[in-house]
Design a protein around this ligand. Structure first.
Ligand code: ZN
Length: 210
């Protein structure tokens, strides 16, 4: 299946407990940022190369959605979204802290090569079914994050409406919809496994550059 990806949109601080664990205020409108398409990689069990010389890298597991068509006001999520995946929004946390302090954009901390790792695409199960399932991340066989989209601060409809209004939203755009609590560091050799319920959707092996 060839899936075209146009823009990679991401939502920050979309789960209360995650905003709190990083001592960030809970936003009153969706906190959006983007990643270059060069950031994208599919987790097929292979090695993923990440920068080893830029401070701590943290995992953030998220539900990722792919849009089938252009957004129109009032469109149903199930008509708009055709594919889903789980993804890791890799973050250079020390770099991000520095950028935040300077008031600079987050691009260097969030948009580096291989910073948007996703499982192979699956057909979207539908909004109702998606709310019934939990997603999780395992690091070296231990569960480190678990979430349910019911706990998002901004639901898919609000995120899409807001993004379409300010930035545009069309077929091929994808969305990282925010991470639940439990983010933490990765080290060289870590194996990360993303699960939808009990089903493993994809995995990767972390390789840090020298
Ligand atoms: Zn994130």
């Amino acid at each position: 299946m060839t899936v075209t990806v146009k823009n990679i949109y991401c939502v920050g601080r979309n789960y209360i407990q995650h905003a709190q664990e990083l001592n960030n205020p809970v936003p009153d409108s969706p906190l959006l940022f983007t990643k270059p398409t060069h950031a994208l990689a599919i987790a097929n069990g292979q090695e993923i190369l990440l920068p080893g010389d830029r401070g701590q890298i943290q995992y953030e597991v998220e539900v990722v959605l792919h849009l089938a068509r252009k957004y129109e006001p009032g469109i149903k999520i199930d008509d708009l979204v055709d594919l889903m995946a789980l993804g890791i929004d890799f973050t250079l946390r020390d770099v991000q802290t520095e950028l935040k302090e300077k008031g600079y954009p987050w691009t260097l901390a969030k948009g580096f090569i291989n910073s948007a790792v996703i499982t192979p695409w699956q057909p979207f199960v539908g909004l109702e079914a998606a709310m019934q399932e939990e997603f999780s991340l395992e690091k070296n066989g231990q569960e480190v994050q678990r979430g349910n989209i019911r706990n998002m601060i901004f639901d898919f409809a609000s995120i899409f409406e807001y993004t379409a209004k300010h930035l545009g939203l069309d077929a091929g755009d994808i969305f990282f919809t925010g991470t639940p609590a439990g983010v933490g560091p990765v080290s060289d050799g870590d194996r990360l496994v993303m699960k939808w319920g009990e089903k493993e959707l994809g995995s990767c092996l972390i390789k840090l550059s020298k």
